[in-house]
Design a protein around this ligand. Structure first.
Ligand code: FAD
Ligand code: NAD
Length: 516
């Protein structure tokens, strides 16, 4: 770092220390680069605070609590209680643990005896020109010059028009840790991943009556109907009141409570009382007010920065020396994607690209009860692209390890190409360990493997993954347990272009229930 009257120069300037920025900075040191990370707030971004690590810590605690509360397993905990402040302290302890690891790494590479170095600068960064950013550290201005820049500024919760958040009673996921106690009654607006995860967490602790507003009749609207229905039913079993096909008309603030008016597609309305409303209707990229206009870069209508396959930002004149990664780009808003893209940008700057991302093997873990894991294509995406497939559903009811766990609520659903090769295209899995074994199928997809590769291997017994092998055998009509004997638990189907889209009788069922 060279310092001349608060002016600093670096090979690579990274804006944002979330999973994308942190990975990019550290990979750049592998190439001997002098790097700085500029962070306006918490180190680790949404990868740590008010995001992945804090929500997952809270999830794990809530799952432990819900297991401890069970009375059907031969044991019974007595006088079980939970205190929000103590839960919050444990969550913050987990976040601090990770942040100290990140800071230890940065301090190690602040040492100039290393070939590559990292400096951490605190403040809000904004481009002044193509090679300069200004950093505002609470009024103290710094000027940072860079040969290359990596924009990793992440995303923030989308605002709901007409509803103002106050961080106390009307909140977003950024304010969960500011709550001082479990809300008695919580309305969650938005039934995507964040909405369903917090519905799971708060219902697990069993201190809160949870209402989940689902404006369509599908929670997780991008997943196949059977998966969406499975998740929705589980939320309801856990005590969540799911308001399908409901639109929020307004929230009226009273001194002791919030009055919420919901309008259902069926024509009726309902007024409910809650203590806290959590808005979780998606996240928008942090691309405003960072000086993109000075670079000639125009975000798309969703605010995303246009990039090439390496993450290089394109302006009106073509490629630039600026990269954008993670939640500010068009790919999925996931930790693993931000991290991969960060590493790739650093490699591209060093002209040493190792691997380009193959998004067909991208996986997502969803922290519900039970957990759900997804990799590759689902039926919806294949039908949209007119790609034929065969599908198999195999319930954990038939998997010995799940039987031993007394935990058979789950399944694997695998899609393969509808040809002789039967290449694996995607999997959805739920139940114990689904988040751990999904990556095995990601590898199979990445290697272009087919059903036969799975049939060749010894699957250890008793393991949850035996469901994967038995489901593949069922697709090949070679399974040990037969679909004809267990029609609800082993299902094989196929879809060809021209066939009607897959449907469930759910729409009618929900319309009837809302009219009651
Ligand atoms: C509640 C929640 C739970 C989630 N759970 C999961 C999960 O289980 N799995 C998963 O894969 N993903 C999950 N995500 C998504 C994941 O957090 C993001 O995809 C990921 O953090 C994106 O990384 P990023 O580096 O692009 O941005 P971020 O993590 O958002 O980091 C951006 C950083 O840039 C900083 N910054 C912004 N503007 C400036 C500026 N102008 N100057 C300086 N600094 C700036 C911010 O302060 C922030 O620290 C979750 C998100 C939320 C909100
Ligand atoms: N486990 C994970 O991987 C994980 C966990 C949390 C978040 N994330 C990431 O964070 C991103 C944001 O999560 P999210 O749940 O906020 O977004 P989302 O896109 O997953 O879901 C948003 C939901 O809000 C609904 N919605 C949108 N506008 C609405 C309105 N006006 N009224 C009512 N409902 C409305 C949508 O129909 C959808 O169901 C996700 O896309 C995901 O990539 C991932």
């Amino acid at each position: 770092m060279t310092n001349a009257t608060d002016q600093y120069s670096f090979d690579v300037v990274v804006i944002g220390s979330g999973p994308g920025g942190f990975a990019a900075a550290n990979r750049a040191t592998d190439f001997g680069k002098k790097v700085c990370i500029i962070e306006k707030s918490h180190i680790g971004g949404a990868g740590v605070i008010n995001g992945v690590l804090t929500s997952k810590t809270m999830y794990e605690l809530s799952m432990d609590y819900s297991v401890a509360a069970r009375v059907d397993r031969g044991y019974r905990a007595s006088a079980l209680s939970v205190d929000y402040n103590l839960v919050r302290n444990t969550v913050l302890e987990a976040a601090r643990e990770k942040q100290y690891q990140m800071r230890s790494q940065i301090e190690t590479f602040a040492n100039v005896s290393h070939k590559g170095t990292i400096s951490l600068i605190t403040g809000y960064a904004k481009f002044k020109d193509a090679h300069t950013v200004e950093v505002d550290d609470q009024g103290k201005m710094l000027t940072i010059h860079g040969d290359y820049f990596i924009i990793a500024t992440g995303a923030h919760p989308r605002r709901l028009p007409g509803v103002k958040t106050d961080g106390k009673r009307i909140i977003t996921s950024d304010n969960i840790l500011s709550l001082s106690k479990f809300p008695g009654r919580l309305l969650i607006i938005g039934s995507g991943i964040i909405g369903c995860e917090f519905a799971t967490i708060f219902s697990n602790f069993n201190q809160t009556q949870v209402h989940l507003l689902d404006r369509s009749n599908r929670v997780l609207p991008y997943e196949d109907d059977d998966v969406s229905e499975f998740v929705s039913d589980n939320l309801e079993k856990n005590g969540v009141i799911v308001h399908h096909t409901a639109q929020l008309r307004c929230i009226r603030e009273h001194p002791g409570h919030l009055e919420v008016v919901l309008d259902y597609d069926a024509g009726n309305s309902r007024v409910i009382e809650v203590d806290v409303a959590l808005i979780a209707i998606g996240r928008e990229p942090n691309t405003q007010n960072i000086g993109l206009e000075t670079l000639g870069v125009t975000p798309d209508k969703r605010g995303l920065i246009p990039v090439d396959e390496n993450g290089c930002v394109e302006n009106n004149h073509g490629h630039t020396h600026i990269y954008a990664i993670g939640d500010v780009t068009a790919q999925a808003q996931l930790y693993s994607v931000a991290e991969f893209q960060g590493r790739l940008a650093a490699e591209a700057i060093a002209k040493s690209i190792c691997y380009l991302p193959d998004y067909s093997n991208m996986s997502t873990l969803m922290f519900f009860k039970p957990e759900v894991a997804a990799v590759g294509a689902n039926e919806k995406t294949l039908q949209e692209k007119n790609i034929g497939y065969r599908a198999v559903f195999y319930s954990n009811i038939l998997v010995n390890r799940a039987i031993a766990m007394r935990n058979t609520h789950g399944f694997v659903k695998i899609l393969v190409s509808n040809d002789d090769e039967q290449r694996i295209l995607g999997m959805r899995a739920s139940g114990p360990q689904a988040s751990a074994y999904i990556v095995a199928v990601a590898h199979l997809i990445n290697q272009g493997n087919s059903l036969s590769e799975v049939l060749r291997v010894f699957y250890p017994h008793p393991s949850i993954t035996e469901g994967i092998q038995e489901s593949m055998r069922a697709l090949a009509s070679k399974s040990i347990f037969k679909p004809v004997a267990f029609p609800k638990h082993i299902k094989v189907s196929e879809w060809k272009p021209g066939d009607p889209k897959t449907q469930t009788p759910r729409d009618e069922k929900i319309r009837k229930s809302q009219k009651k």
